[in-house]
Ligand binder design. Structure first.
Ligand SMILES: Cc1ncc(COP(=O)(O)O)c(C=O)c1O
Length: 409
C-alpha cells in the first residue's frame, strides 16, 4: 500500500531515534504527529498573511479571514455537514462539549430530566454532564458494558431511555477500547424519545469522514490534533436549529451585532459562538491537515481500511502473547487497542517499551469510570495513525516480548 513507506517521510518526527532506536509512535489516539505540509502552512500563514480575522478591510485581514473560513469549509466537508455555519471553531473536543453543556443543557434541564452517557466516556464527555446534572437536579444515567464482550450494552437502553431523557451523549469510538458505537441505532432511539444526541467524534474523524448529516446527530465534537492538525483548535458541529438554541457562554468581540449601554444583540452563526480572536494559524494548519486526509481518502474507505488492517493485525498478535489480556477483543474497532500483561503495572510496561523506541500510552486515559467498571487501575494502550505500518506492529510486539521476559522471567 502507498502507506507502507513513502508516507512516513511526510512526518519529520518519525526520523527521531529514542534510546538509539527508530521511533515507533503508537500514541496517535492521544495526539497525532503533524505532516510537514501542516507546519509549513502555519509558517506560511504567519510569515505572509497574518492579521486578525473578520475585522479589517485591509488586504492582510481579508487574506487571514479567507484562510480561516476556508478551513471551516474543509471541516464542513470532512464532517459531512450541510452548512458552513454549522461548524463552530473551539479549542478542542473538550471545549465543544462544555459549550453544549453550559450553553444548551444547563439553561434547559430541570429536576427530573435525564441525561444518558456511557460508562466508557472520556472525562471530556462525562464531567460536563455530571456537572450539569448536579447544577440542574437532572439525573445522570450510565449505559454499562456488556459483561461478556466489554462493548456497549445497547440492550440497557430499553430501560435507560425514557420520556424524561433530554440528552444522550456518546463517543463515536471509545478512546480506551477502540470500539465503534452503534450510533445509528442509538440516535434513532434517542430521537424517538425526544432527546438531543451529542457525539464525541474525537477518535473517529482521524480514520474516516463523519457524515454527520446522514447520522442525524444534533451535535458532533472533534479536535484538530488527533487528525494531524495542531493543538489548540477543534470544532463543534451542530444542526443549525440546535446551535441557535445555545446561549453563548463567551461574550465579547466578534460575536455581536449591536451593543448599547443597556443591552446587546448577537451576530448570526457561526460568529455568535466564536467570541474573541480565534486560533487563526492553528485553524489554517487544520485545514491543511484535512486536505492531507482528503488526498489519502481519494478512494473512499482507504483510510479506514488501513486503520482496520493494522488494528486487526495488532490484536491477533497481542492475543498470542501469554498472559496478555486485550479488552473488548472481539469488538468492531478503529485505531485503538487496550491491554494489560498479567498484573504488571501498565506504567512499567510503558517505560520498558519506551526503551525499545516504542511510544504507547499508559494509565486511565481520562476514563476513570471505565477503569472502575473494568476493575483495573489502568491499561496500556496502542493507537495507530496513517504513518504506522505492520512493521511497527511487529516492533511493538517484539518490544512487549522483551519487556515480558524482564518483568515476568
Ligand atoms: C474520545 C475523546 N474525547 C475527548 C477527548 C478530549 O480531546 P481534547 O483534549 O483535544 O479536547 C479525547 C482526547 O483524548 C478523546 O479521545
Amino acid at each position: 500500500m502507498y502507506w507502507d513507506k513513502r508516507l512516513r517521510s511526510d512526518f519529520p518526527l518519525l526520523e527521531r531515534k529514542i534510546e538509539g532506536k527508530p521511533l515507533v509512535y503508537l500514541d496517535s489516539g492521544a495526539s497525532a504527529l503533524r505532516p510537514k505540509v501542516v507546519v509549513d502552512a502555519m509558517v506560511n500563514y504567519e510569515y505572509h498573511h497574518h492579521a486578525n480575522v473578520h475585522r479589517g478591510v485591509h488586504t492582510l485581514s481579508q487574506e487571514a479571514t479567507e484562510a480561516y473560513e476556508q478551513s471551516r469549509l474543509l471541516l464542513q466537508r470532512w464532517l459531512g455537514a450541510e452548512h458552513p455555519e454549522e461548524i463552530i471553531f473551539t479549542s478542542g473536543t473538550t471545549e465543544a462539549i462544555n459549550l453544549i453543556a453550559v450553553g444548551w443543557a444547563a439553561p434547559r434541564l430541570q429536576p427530573g430530566d435525564e441525561i444518558v452517557v456511557s460508562v466508557m466516556e472520556h472525562h471530556s464527555n462525562f464531567l460536563p454532564w455530571q456537572r450539569v446534572a448536579q447544577q440542574t437536579g437532572a439525573l445522570l444515567k450510565i449505559i454499562p458494558l456488556c459483561a461478556e464482550t466489554e462493548t456497549l450494552d445497547v440492550s440497557a437502553l430499553d430501560t435507560l431511555l425514557t420520556k424524561k431523557t433530554r440528552l444522550v451523549s456518546l463517543a463515536h469510538v471509545s478512546n480506551v477500547l477502540g470500539s465503534v458505537q452503534p450510533l445509528a441505532d442509538v440516535i434513532q432511539r434517542a430521537h424517538d424519545v425526544g432527546a438531543v444526541v451529542v457525539v464525541d467524534g474525537a477518535q473517529w474523524v482521524p480514520h474516516n469522514p463523519a457524515c454527520v448529516a446522514e447520522l442525524g446527530c444534533d451535535f458532533y465534537a472533534v479536535s484538530a490534533h488527533k487528525m494531524y492538525g495542531p493543538t489548540g483548535v477543534g470544532a463543534l458541529y451542530g444542526k443549525l436549529e440546535r446551535l441557535e438554541e445555545i446561549e453563548p457562554f463567551l461574550v465579547g468581540g466578534g460575536m455581536v451585532e449591536e451593543v448599547s449601554e443597556t443591552g446587546a444583540t448577537w451576530a448570526a452563526l457561526p460568529a455568535r459562538l466564536e467570541a474573541g480572536t480565534p486560533p487563526i494559524a492553528a485553524a489554517v494548519g487544520w485545514g491543511t491537515a484535512v486536505q492531507y486526509l482528503e488526498r489519502l481518502e481519494q478512494e473512499p474507505g482507504r483510510l479506514l481500511a488501513h486503520s482496520k488492517d493494522l488494528i486487526t493485525y495488532a490484536v491477533a498478535q497481542l492475543q498470542n502473547i501469554p498472559g496478555l489480556r486485550v479488552y473488548a477483543a472481539e469488538a468492531e474497532r478503529v485505531g485503538v487497542v487496550s491491554f494489560n500483561l498479567q498484573d504488571v503495572h501498565p506504567y512499567d510496561l510503558g517505560q520498558l517499551l519506551d526503551m525499545e523506541g516504542v511510544a504507547i500510552r499508559t494509565g486511565h486515559h481520562c476514563a476513570q469510570v471505565l477503569m472502575k467498571s473494568l476493575r483495573v487501575p489502568g491499561t496500556a494502550r496502542a493507537s495507530f495513525g496513517v504513518y504506522n505500518t505492520r512493521e511497527d506492529v511487529d516492533a511493538f510486539v517484539e518490544a512487549i516480548d522483551v519487556a515480558r521476559s524482564m518483568l515476568l522471567g
